[in-house]
Design a protein around this ligand. Structure first.
Ligand code: M6R
Length: 599
């Protein structure tokens, strides 16, 4: 997590840094700070909380033309001004901002303390900046960049760094396992954790690779490897259309829910081209004996839906794993495995580590990712984009639906490549597009209003509907802090029925026709104990007692394999409106960040 930015140029550096940090705020927002430089004078300003707090206290430093900034999601030490970046070395020669985690920071800190280094913060980052200072004092280390490289050689873990030296007018940078990009434009330089910062700055940017270092200074941009050998890089074109900002919506979350439909259109257009499958079609599917799907959070839930699609379409067994578990489990993975890694950001640390493990075990790895320039998209053997467009809100919405749709297409493609028949995907996706078109917004607002003061909620479901229940709970938990939990409906009598009491809300997901009567029977058991019921279903309820339900959310019917993608949308909207009704910011839930780049 955390976002870093650097700028050198002609504009008011404080404004540039603060404005760019606002774009990176989705990466962490518990504190922020900037360091700007004029001559040998470095001025650091920090604030706890959102960037707006920093903006309020920043004052310009006369003559400052370069600087670095940071928005933090705390890993080492509580969110406070002292732990906020930038951090200075003990002798104030060096200043640093850091995204990532230094795993051996404790040992390094002890070593530095033995050399009389003193620390003011609890962060791992302060160790890095002091290590650089320590190396820069050695006679054999002639260049600033060499000191940074030497320090980085000692680091275990991940980092994207931007570094200033008091006596130099360069911005130095280093990257290992955390994203970092930079660009130049007519005498200006920008460094950032996300290309979003290049919008309005330049039409192209450079993607830093792991183990790469460099600097910008005196109009020169320099990249090198750990031996200080210059590396040649080609810039990447910036797709500005991808970065459409909030427009008239109050929050990114609701804007992005409205974009679910566009995401499906984009997928349909992109995957109707044969060339989009060119690489994927090279896989020898006959050699695949088992399929694994791996992801975290919402991506994991999309994987659960995907596994059901794959098993039903291909008759093949498909295991689904949370990435943080998969990476330490002895799950059978070998050269006959197709391991599918799902991630919106493509930067989730656990998912990247899991991909690396599967790759080393000989599996064919496939990344199903939204951010096309991300690490996962690059490191996996095969890559299929989900084409959802930029997703800013921490709660993943359109990406979830897009992940399911791409998994649906993957299953259909494998089936076709194996000669096992064709799936009428175009018609089914048109149907889904219609189903996710937002109607009844007032109905959802009323439900949100009804649920906003609840401390907990239960969701029950069977089969694939259970995935929808899990994802609905996650959306509600992260945006409105209500303790929502999903259970298999058949498990009701095995424990949690004990919790149900008068006026307790139980949300029932029952779109699977075959399981409808079973699930509704379980719902009645809760009703008999005084529960209030909210039913979400695409099924016809003619033969059922509708009056059992206090609220019904009727969703349009789609291909049953895609139904979870349609049924989640009302709950994304409800979660959004509960958050708004509680006066929270749905785009930035407490304690969370969009991109989890630490384990
Ligand atoms: O970028 P990823 O899809 O790999 O992120 C995985 C999870 O961190 C993410 O889905 C998280 O659970 C979301 N906040 C859920 O809305």
């Amino acid at each position: 997590m955390c976002g870093i930015v650097g700028y050198s140029g002609i504009k008011s550096v404080e404004n540039v840094l603060v404005n760019k940090l606002k774009l990176l705020e989705y990466r962490g927002y518990d504190s922020s700070g900037i360091a700007v430089k004029s001559g040998e004078n470095i001025k650091v300003t920090k604030a706890k909380g959102e960037i707006a707090n920093l903006e309020r206290v920043v004052e310009p430093l006369e003559g400052a033309t370069l600087g670095i900034g940071h928005t933090r999601w705390a890993t080492h030490g509580v969110p406070c001004e002292i732990n906020a970046h930038p951090h200075l070395s003990m002798n104030k020669e060096w200043t640093i901002v850091h995204n990532g985690v230094i795993e051996n920071y404790s040992a390094l800190k002890t070593e530095l303390k033995e050399r009389d280094y003193e620390f003011v913060s609890e962060t791992d980052t302060e160790v890095v900046v002091n290590l650089i200072e320590c190396y820069s004092g050695k006679p054999e280390v002639k260049y600033d960049l060499a000191a940074i490289i030497k320090a980085c050689e000692r680091l275990d873990g991940s980092y994207a760094l931007a570094v200033l030296n008091r006596k130099s007018d360069k911005i130095y940078f280093a990257k290992n396992k955390c994203p970092l990009y930079c660009g130049v434009n007519d005498g200006e330089f920008m460094l950032s954790s996300d290309p979003i910062c290049f919008v309005g700055f330049s039409n192209e940017y450079y993607v830093l690779e792991n183990g790469e270092f460099g600097y910008y200074g005196n109009g020169k941009l320099f990249f090198c490897d750990e031996s200080m050998r210059q590396t040649e890089k080609e810039p990447v074109k910036l797709d500005c259309s991808a970065y459409n900002f909030k427009n008239d919506f109050s929050h990114f979350m609701i804007k992005e829910i409205y974009e679910v439909k566009d995401a499906i259109s984009n997928i349909m257009e992109y995957y109707s081209e044969k060339s989009s499958w060119r690489h994927f079609d090279e896989i020898d599917f006959k050699s695949i004996k088992n399929i694994k799907i791996v992801g975290c959070g919402t991506a994991y839930h999309a994987g659960l839906v995907g596994a059901n699609i794959i098993e039903r379409q291909l008759g093949a067994e498909c295991g689904v794993y949370v990435a943080s578990e998969y990476r330490y489990a002895s799950t059978k993975t070998d050269k006959n495995t197709l391991a599918i890694f799902i991630s919106q950001s493509g930067e989730t640390a656990d998912t990247l580590a899991a991909e690396d493990i599967a790759c080393r075990k000989g599996a064919k790895t496939l990344a199903v990712v939204n951010v096309e320039y991300s690490t996962l998209a690059k490191t996996a053997d095969y890559f299929l984009p989900i084409k959802a467009g930029v997703e800013i809100a921490v709660a993943s919405t359109k990406a979830y639906v897009a992940q399911i749709v791409v998994l649906y297409l993957i299953a259909a493609r494998i089936k076709s490549n194996l000669g096992c028949g064709e799936t009428p995907v175009k018609g089914e996706l048109e149907r889904l597009k219609n189903a996710v078109t937002i109607r009844n917004i007032e109905h959802y607002k009323r439900i949100a209003d009804e649920l906003k003061s609840r401390r907990s909620l239960f969701m029950i479901a069977r089969g694939a509907d259970y995935c929808t229940a899990l994802e609905a709970c996650l959306k509600i938990k992260e945006t409105s802090y209500i303790n929502a939990n999903a259970y298999y409906a058949g498990e009701l009598k095995h424990g949690f029925l004990a919790i149900v009491e008068e006026n307790f809300y139980v949300c029932v997901f029952a779109s699977d026709e075959k399981l409808l009567s079973k699930t509704l029977a379980n719902a009645e058991e809760a009703k008999a104990r005084g529960a209030k019921l909210i039913l979400t279903t695409c099924c016809d309820l003619e033969n059922y007692n509708k009056s059992n339900f206090d609220i019904i959310i009727k969703t349009p019917k789609t291909d049953e394999l895609l139904q979870p993608a349609a049924d989640i949308v009302p709950w994304q909207i409800i979660a959004y409106y509960i958050s708004v009704a509680k006066g929270l910011n749905p785009d930035k839930p407490r304690n969370l960040a969009k991109s989890v780049t630490v384990e």
